[in-house]
Write a protein that binds this ligand. Structure first.
Ligand code: OSB
Ligand code: MG
Length: 372
């Protein structure tokens, strides 16, 4: 199969309220919709998930679009692609730029599944020798709040909506103390804490003798590029460490496993360069008893649908950061909404990622110049 057209459409989605982490505050989410068309006239859609600024990862929307247009797209021109893994192999020639690569690769998975007349979830389940779930338990990530009272209000709201696993963002030791208080007072909910690289090894004293059975892991407590100190920290605490910012590839997961830097992995499909790499990572984690779950990037509807298909794999049991469509945006880019029901999102049943763009976006996308 040959890709004959590739189009990029940058769009900005306004958040209902700013999402604040230790890295940045996001009030407008810039994404780029990517559409590819094959010789049969079928379309596949993906989303470029980098942020506008290089704080969480090095790529930005602008730099990634340049890499897609000038480096990655030309590598696929006139190439007969047999399966999505071929794209990963071709892109391996290019160092880094995982999110730029993932934008194209995920669009191809959508197109490939549509060509086979399969949902992406069922295609992935086949690839992984497992089944998929039609309803997927999901969790919510709560950005940093200005007071303990606000945090409590957000947790109560998340609980009311039906989320059973809640992640709390922290950046200081006083945030951590507040989060631990809240977690203690909601013993019926499972929690995790995400420090987004804001602590140092002094955090040991806060985590060493914790007796909080409903706190299940701490995400990325230490520096973004560190594996050694994470291993040091993990050896001193019982609470599982989950790595996020560190993980760009299967090699990073292997490093974490070999050193004992973590017992869990936040898998972001975009951060590891796409679905084929994500599947390899999932296999490795299953074989080596690392907890693995699907993380989020404040995705629009295309990215959310892609994540949900991966998260639906039986065996990927820990609820991911894939909240309902209504969580972040007033208006999404897709026609349908993912609605939370009893803490779960329902997988769309149609082929590919199973969602379609609002006509205005579909038309605008197709009217942009073909970059292939
Ligand atoms: O650290 O997992 C993170 C959002 C943006 C950047 C980094 C992270 C997050 C989240 C939210 O935690 C995940 C989501 O709901 O999409
Ligand atoms: Mg994180």
């Amino acid at each position: 199969m040959k890709i004959i057209e590739m189009h990029l459409l940058p769009v900005t989605l306004k958040l209902k309220s700013p999402f604040i982490s230790s890295h940045e505050s996001v009030s407008e989410r810039e994404i780029t919709i990517i559409g590819i068309k094959d010789t049969n006239g079928l379309w596949g859609y993906g989303e470029l998930e980098t942020f506008s600024f290089p704080y969480y990862t090095a790529e930005t929307q602008k730099t990634a679009r340049v890499i897609i247009q000038t480096i990655l797209a030309p590598l696929l021109k006139n190439v007969d692609i047999k399966q999505p893994e071929d794209i990963t192999k071709i892109f391996n020639l290019v160092a880094g730029n995982q999110m730029a690569k993932a934008a194209i690769e995920t669009a191809y998975w959508d197109l490939f599944a549509k060509t086979l007349n399969l949902s992406l979830a069922s295609l992935l389940a086949k690839k992984m020798n497992t089944t998929y779930r039609a309803k997927v338990a999901v969790g919510i990530s709560i950005g940093m709040q200005s007071s303990l009272h606000d945090l409590q209000r957000e947790v109560i709201s998340a609980k009311k909506q039906g989320y059973t696993r809640i992640k709390i963002k922290v950046k200081s030791y006083s945030d951590l103390t507040s989060a631990l208080k809240i977690i203690h007072s909601f013993s019926d909910l499972a929690f995790m804490i995400d420090a987004n690289s804001s602590f140092n090894l002094n955090v040991v004293s806060y985590l060493k003798n914790l007796d909080l059975p409903n706190l299940v892991m701490i995400e990325q407590p230490l520096r973004t590029t560190d594996f050694v100190d994470h291993a040091n920290l993990q050896s001193k605490i019982n609470l599982p460490i989950c790595l996020d910012e560190n993980i760009f590839s299967l090699d990073d997961v292997k490093t974490a496993f070999a050193l004992g830097s973590a017992r869990a992995i936040n898998l972001k499909i975009s951060r590891v360069g796409g679905i084929a790499n994500a599947l390899e990572i999932i296999r490795f984690c299953w074989q080596n008893n690392l907890i693995i779950w699907c993380g989020g990037m404040l995705e629009g509807g295309i990215g959310r649908a892609t994540n949900l298909a991966v998260a639906s794999l039986a065996g990927l049991d820990f609820p991911g950061d894939i909240s309902a469509s209504s969580r972040y945006y007033f208006k999404d880019i897709i026609k349908s909404n993912f609605i939370l029901c009893k803490g779960q999102l329902e997988l769309p049943s149609s082929t590919g990622i199973g969602v379609s763009l609002f006509l205005e976006y579909e038309n605008q996308l197709q009217e942009t110049t073909n970059i292939l």
